[in-house]
Design a protein around this ligand. Structure first.
Ligand SMILES: Cc1cc2nc3c(=O)[nH]c(=O)nc-3n(C[C@H](O)[C@H](O)[C@H](O)COP(=O)(O)OP(=O)(O)OC[C@H]3O[C@@H](n4cnc5c(N)ncnc54)[C@H](O)[C@@H]3O)c2cc1C
Ligand code: SF4
Length: 508
């Protein structure tokens, strides 16, 4: 009689319909979930992320047990170092015949599973494609084939057509594919921001929080503020709250930088979709439904759907298309050491201290904070690409390499040879001032470029343009800015560059 197979479930694969679980035979196979030190500590992960995943895994294991599955659950205090060690132990314990696992979201682990595990385990290991995404590897490779440029916008249009989202009579709803230009309003305290609900901490979560505090005392993350949902039902309730209370303003203030609120009108669902507690197509369909019922504008619905159906799938497609070579790229040769204040938010640049403080405390920052505040500074200061990517991977609850790396290395740091961005997302302090209200509380002035009161972003911006003048001069989208710099008085240019060097020595 067969002893059955091992169905290995990783921390971000908590979906009942994921491919390995679909193959599980009730009463025959053994399901394994494991909290292991290697995965939890290869970068200094935020404690919110570790607590969220451990609690969600424990809840998911309970759900599987009550559905009748045989589940082995290994806790962090059992001291099993790696997923492979956890699999070896479980295969031996039950005499299992093969391992089935849904592909992980990281090249390093996939490579190990495909090329080393079977030999060590002495049973076959089958890695199944993760079909919880809306574009398969083959779909993306087919779309990318023969294209000189892989622009998200064209991929997104194909996806809209394929899933018939916001399509009326074969054409984009409202006549346009993209309403981004309506979604860039800066924050001037226009309206109250609704307070977020607080998911209750059940006993499982409370136990996990105590464990994480004991095992990861030096990691970032203030667990007294833990507010994350840890089951699919609770994540759905969080998403429904967003649709009812925040979606209507999501589009308009998508790019706003707000001193008083880390969340603004954002959905706060990336950690749930990425871990498998919410499904991407369902959230897009719900948002379309809300628009069709008149509960939000088309620009809000389109803005949201573009992020999930467009950006999220596109970013994943780029990762798997170009790895492992993608990770070695650093096309602007950025190598400056990461400043220590990235780990304690102790800088007098107000926009950065707010964005970094909440990233460390909650494991969350919204897109414009990640891209145009923290990422922008790292780009202008030429911070080391690998160190910056490791920082992003460590601090955010939603971070997995497949989504963190292209966003950081490609989109924010322009380090991938212009695969993702056709021009760098570089901006001076004036952009940050336009988008929000941090500058009012800052000791620097966004209108000044040199001198002790000058906003550091300003001189760094021109230094960045000057440093890459030849390359940017060949980019038609950078023509205006390069022309402006070249037209400036040479003495003025020299003064700005000299000041920028001083800024780098002091703030970076
Ligand atoms: C430098 C940098 C690093 C990032 N790292 C991550 C990461 O590790 N994990 C992650 O999930 N997202 C990452 N993002 C994308 C984006 O910032 C987050 O998905 C978003 O801020 C999550 O907050 P939210 O759920 O409130 O999103 P909302 O603003 O409400 O957007 C809705 C959803 O759209 C999706 N989405 C939006 N933009 C992107 C994008 N560029 N890539 C992928 N999905 C997107 C997310 O699922 C998100 O939940 C990064 C962006 C930048 C610029
Ligand atoms: S003045 Fe410059 S450093 Fe200060 S908050 Fe504004 S943009 Fe940031």
């Amino acid at each position: 009689m067969s002893n059955g197979n091992l169905i290995l479930i990783l921390a971000d694969q908590l979906t009942l319909t994921q491919p390995a679980l679909k193959r599980a035979q009730l009463g025959v196979d053994t399901i394994l979930l494991a909290e292991v030190a290697e995965e939890a500590s290869y970068v200094r992960h935020n404690r919110h992320k570790i607590a969220f995943l451990f609690s969600a895994m424990r809840h998911f294991a309970e759900k599987l047990r009550s559905a009748g599955y045989r589940v082995e659950y290994i806790r962090i205090d059992e001291g099993i170092d790696s997923l492979l060690a956890a699999a070896i132990k479980t295969v031996a314990k039950h005499g299992l015949e093969q391992v089935l696992v849904c592909e992980p979201g990281e090249y390093r682990l996939l490579d190990a599973m495909q090329n080393q595990w079977s030999e060590t385990l002495r049973v076959p290991v089958t890695v199944l494609e993760d079909d919880r995404f809306l574009a398969s590897h083959a779909d993306f490779a087919e779309w990318a084939k023969g294209k000189k440029q892989l622009r998200m916008e064209f991929f997104y249009r194909k996806m809209r057509e394929r899933y018939q989202l916001l399509i009326d009579d074969g054409a984009p709803a409202g006549g346009k594919w993209n309403y981004d230009s309506e979604n860039r309003v800066g924050w001037r305290n226009q309206k109250p921001i609704p307070p977020r609900s607080q998911p209750t901490d059940d006993p499982i979560t409370q136990e996990v929080i105590a464990t994480v505090e004991a095992h990861f005392p030096d990691n970032p993350g203030d667990l007294s503020q833990f507010r994350l949902a840890v089951t699919a039902d609770a994540a759905k309730a969080e998403f429904d709250w967003f649709v009812t209370h925040a979606l209507a303003d999501f589009g308009t203030y998508q790019d706003a930088l707000v001193e008083e609120s880390p969340w603004v009108f954002h959905s706060l669902i990336s950690m749930y979709i990425n871990a498998g507690l919410l499904e991407p197509l369902e959230v897009c369909e719900s948002v379309e439904k809300a628009w069709r019922k008149g509960e939000c504008s088309l620009s809000a619905a389109e803005g949201f759907i573009r992020q999930v159906l467009g950006w999220r799938e596109y970013i994943r497609g780029i990762y798997w298309l170009l790895m492992p070579e993608y990770k070695t790229r650093n096309s602007l040769n950025a190598k400056r050491e990461l400043p220590s204040w990235f780990w304690d938010s102790n800088t007098d640049m107000r926009c950065l201290s707010r964005a970094i403080e909440q990233s460390l405390d909650h494991g969350y920052a919204h897109h414009i904070q990640r891209l145009m505040v923290i990422g922008n500074f790292a780009l202008l200061a030429g911070l080391d690409v690998e160190q910056v990517c490791d920082w992003y991977l460590a601090v955010y609850v939603d971070a997995y390499e497949w989504v963190e790396l292209p966003n950081t290395l490609g989109m924010a740091l322009y380090g991938d040879n212009a695969v993702i961005a056709s021009k760098p997302y570089a901006a001076s302090g004036k952009y940050i001032q336009k988008q929000g209200n941090h500058c009012k509380q800052c000791r620097y002035k966004p209108a000044l470029t040199t001198g002790p009161e000058a906003c550091p972003f300003n001189s760094l911006y021109w230094r960045f343009i000057d440093k890459h003048l030849d390359a940017f001069g060949r980019n038609p989208r950078m023509g205006l800015v390069v022309g402006n710099w070249r037209k400036r008085d040479p003495d003025e240019r020299e003064a700005i560059l000299k000041w920028a060097d001083q800024v780098l020595e002091t703030v970076a």
